[in-house]
Design a protein. Sequence first.
Length: 627
Amino acid sequence: MKKLLTGNEAIAEGVIESGVEVICGYPGTPSTEVILTLLSEAKDLGIHIEWSINEKVALEIAAGAAWAGKRSLVTMKMSGVNVAADSLASIAYSGCRGGFVIFVADDPGANAGMPEQDSRYYARSMVIPMLDLASQQECLDYIKLAFEISEKIGGPIFLRSTTDVSHVASDVEIDKKLKLEKREASFERNIAKYTKAGATWCIAQHQDALNRLVQASKIVDNYTTESGIKVNETHLEQDSKCGVIYAGAVEGNFKEALKKYNLKFSWLKIGMVHPLPEERIRRFLERVDKVLILEELDPFVEAEVLRIASLNDKKVEILGKLDKTLPLLGNYSFKKIKNALEVLLKTRLESEQDPKILEKAKELEIKRPTSFCIGCPHRGTYFALNRAIKNLKYRKDEIIITGDIGCTILGMNKPFESCWTEVAMGASIGLAQGFKWAGIKKPVIATIGDSTFFHAGIPPLINAVYQNAPLTIIILDNGWTAMTGFEENPGTIPLNGSDHTRIDIIEICRGCGVEQVNIIDPFRPEEAIKIMMKSIEYPGVSVVVSRRECALQAKKRKVRLPQRKVNTDQCTGCQVCLNSLACPAMVFHPKGANSKPYMEITSACFGCGLCEFTCPTGTIEVVKDGK
Ligand code: SF4
Ligand code: SF4
């Protein structure tokens, strides 16, 4: 049976068909939807699925389950591997008993922000095999294959995707559920395998991990999946001395170009990028004089092809990123691949698309929103913060405000222009300490969201208290991991039927030794400004928890606040409200031939009331009885 699925949905389907029993992860675009898709089915499937507090914890939980003999999966985006890496390096040496798959999604083109980090290097440095996904069908087929390999070699395996595979949909053959015997969890003491106490054991484990790579390579080299996909595939054309070696998401556009221009040359597809099929590459290079390497992000395969070619007697010209035929940055569109093929073949290929279609596509392109949603509590927090700074007689450009990952970073944009930095989960608090110890005399303020605080903000907070760093930390607590798709976090008020225990950020801060912890409601600006001023002036570590539920989630729960309206007769059209808040529910009507300028508040208003506070003429009022 075929079903239209995105890559991430296909992985979720493959997880069900593979009999996985423990699934953990931390949300991060473009990986989030694997767990999101599975969460609603967790109870029916009778399996454990969770959003863990961060990627390292998620990895450790999944490893524990795999060590106990169960099939387990951990999911994360590329930057999550950095967080998990410390434990991963050790776990990779120990191997596993039950199948253990680490799903990581890279983001060429940085669609969701963050660096264009290439996770393939982790596979190499951690001595873990890695399958690279090229299509939605592969998402389903390879997750099954990954568990098979993991159990055969007795070690974890990476499954790597990229945005164009994870977020694009196509027909996928489903419903081939594996019949696995029910496994009982067990774990035997084996300190030579599961500890690192002594060089002899560590070196022996390293050797085991290296042996597993060889085994994995042998399993996949001639492997064909149930739906007929060859993991590594060589296609030879006798009459051409040109060739292409490719891996990953470029497959779609490459195959389309082959078909569209009726191109005939040899090609080699690589489905396992670590370890590379070295002998297959060597044989391929013997058949060509010139080869183009197609892969997104770093020249990972290309550098290896260069090395393999240099060991061969036959000279082969290699085109790719290193000779600048292709860019190092961004994802590879059809046009980029077509241009590279023109260099390879030394011929012009006909124009690929009607320019009118391209123009239309540009019009329809969805731009990343740069402002907060209507009723977003973060608007009130940054508004109050800017006012507090102003009231304390500081210039805005002399108070450093570090930002963090998630919706809260939108405070860097107009009209607030508050955040100065964005580095990594939890980094706002550490960076702020660095600024202080460097000798910044004026107050330094760190801003961080609730989920990010749970993920990686607690250790730097403890450090700040321990080191007596004079710092103000503003935790924007909207109760959800909102930016990635509204996942729950330990601070989310448990929904009906949930058996989670809520952890209160305020108690955490007090438990970490913060003496000055205050809570504000971002929809009550007057009070919020006063408390922020007091916190900024506090000589030690002070924390302000700005608490209001994410407006979109509140709306889903039918929370209704009194909407606002503008008394147009009194409105001067000064736009102070709009310029202070940039609330999308406001529409400004400029001066017309027979009318004065005025502001309108549309029915989209959430009722946060902030605009009422900003209006100098007091003309914004509560809508009563729908009027
Ligand atoms: S009350 Fe004002 S600021 Fe708040 S959502 Fe409505 S229009 Fe926007
Ligand atoms: S701030 Fe008040 S007076 Fe000025 S445009 Fe807005 S509603 Fe009108």
